[in-house]
Write a protein that binds this ligand. Structure first.
Ligand code: ADP
Length: 430
């Protein structure tokens, strides 16, 4: 099945066309036929990048004023006579949409029909910046390709298995009941992908594994995963909690916000910007939110860059300790995303001092293995440490294929299944 995976942001549209089927899912060998993105939608000049599995690459800067036109552009490239990978748009059999927030309503992916769409809209109050563009992505794609199934895959869904004592905050309980204030966690598709790969790499059934996955890119989060299920994660009701990130503060004493709002006379928006856009690595250093820049600055003697990297790694180390306790032990730790896959320095600093848990990092493996899947601990380390490059799109394609196959299992003719699903005949949400 050819699944188009869409990740729609407010001014961007990322896509991958993935070939998948049951066999490929079982052997984890899905193939990316083409991928790319349209950036700066609505601006004077948009940027379109496209590459296919044969190595052809396209970069162009047309004017693309709206998301519907961006979908047209990506379809034009996918079906292009020279660098295209399908003959006609009808060859796309399903579309998987990344949706950031599924609240408590979605613990699994769901075929989008009017009832599901309504629920995704309800969840927008929990992710006002993310869910609306995700919905827009569905709307424009379903107008262009109305006769195929569209599936929503949620960043939060994987963490819905957390026990209540891990997701309830110590606030008046009525706030959870009234506003659904609780820990949701994000990066779910990434943590799920990495934990599934660990099973494959370690040749162990996922059910038997206790693992800690460390997703450190611009956004950073960790998950404690037992038997393939998330039991805790560092991001909270929003993606602000937890680790230090490029520009986000992560964990701080909440009273600091009240203090600052009073001292600096901050409005809500200003406080929000302070915590989300001016904090983290950038806030500490005033140099950059980019780990590569900070490593260079540290080498040149910038002590604030040294401090930011130390704080960043120390926070991760503390969470590892906490998650070993939460899991009652740990078999595998995996680093993923831009920093996790590329920075031997960060991985080394995080693992230093964890020898008390039997963790032994192999210096040579850690220095030599980059952007590649593999083991970076010694063979006799009791906790195995891995690099596992993440692939959220593969998880979205897998779920799309699975949801569609399940729906196809009902006895409705294919032509009747997708466009006019009656409200209420919801797929797999709970
Ligand atoms: P996003 O969360 O936007 O998907 P990425 O996963 O691409 O981000 O991660 C971006 C981060 O990865 C940046 O901080 C960048 O500096 C870092 N990074 C990328 N390559 C390297 C490298 N070679 N060494 C250290 N950090 C790197």
């Amino acid at each position: 099945m050819k699944v188009l995976v869409l990740n729609c942001g407010s001014s961007s549209l990322k896509f991958q066309l993935i070939e998948t089927d049951q066999k490929r899912i079982e052997s984890q060998t899905e193939e990316v036929l083409a991928e790319g993105q349209v950036e700066k939608i609505g601006q004077a000049e948009s940027i379109v990048s496209y590459k296919n599995h044969k190595g052809d690459r396209i970069k162009e800067t047309p004017v693309i004023l709206e998301h519907a036109a961006a979908v047209g552009v990506l379809l034009k490239h996918l079906t292009h006579a020279k660098h295209g990978v399908i003959e006609k748009t009808e060859d796309i059999e399903a579309i998987g949409h990344r949706v950031v927030h599924g609240g408590e309503m979605f613990s699994e992916s769901a075929v989008i029909d009017s009832a599901v769409l309504e629920k995704i809209r309800e969840c927008a109050s929990l992710a006002p910046l993310h869910n609306p563009p995700n919905i827009l992505g569905y709307e424009v794609a379903s107008q262009t390709l109305p006769n195929i199934p569209h599936v929503a895959v949620f960043d939060t869904a994987f963490h819905q298995t957390m026990p209540d004592y891990a997701f309830i905050y110590a606030l008046p309980y009525v706030l959870y009941q009234r506003f659904q204030i609780r820990r949701y966690g994000f990066h779910g598709s990434s943590h799920r992908y990495v934990s599934q790969r660990l099973g494959k790499l370690a040749e162990q059934p996922t059910e038997d594994i206790k693992s800690i996955t460390i997703h450190i890119g611009n956004g950073c989060s960790m998950a404690a995963i037992k038997g393939g299920h998330s039991v805790d994660t560092s991001m909270g009701m929003t993606p602000l909690e937890g680790l230090v990130m490029g520009t986000r503060a992560g964990d701080i004493d909440p009273a600091i916000i009240l203090f600052l709002m009073e001292k600096e006379n901050l409005e809500l928006d200003q406080a929000n910007n302070l915590l989300n856009k001016h904090s983290g690595l950038l806030g500490i250093t005033s140099v950059s939110n980019d780990m590569r820049e900070l490593e260079k600055a540290m080498e040149k003697g910038n002590d604030r860059a040294r401090l930011a990297i130390d704080i960043f790694c120390y926070r991760i180390k503390k969470y590892i300790g906490a998650y070993i306790a939460a899991l009652g032990g740990c078999d595998h730790i995996a680093f993923t995303a831009g920093i996790g896959e590329n920075s031997p320095l960060v991985r080394r600093k995080v693992c230093e001092g964890l020898e008390c848990f039997g963790l032994k990092l192999d210096k040579t493996r850690n220095d030599e293995l980059n952007r590649e899947e593999g083991l970076i601990s010694t063979d006799d380390s009791s906790i195995k440490v891995w690099i596992v490059p993440t692939n959220e799109e593969i998880v979205i394609a897998r779920d799309t294929m699975t949801c569609v196959t399940e729906r196809m299992g009902t006895n409705t003719p294919a032509s009747d299944k997708w466009p006019d699903l009656p409200a209420g005949s919801v797929g797999r949400e709970s």
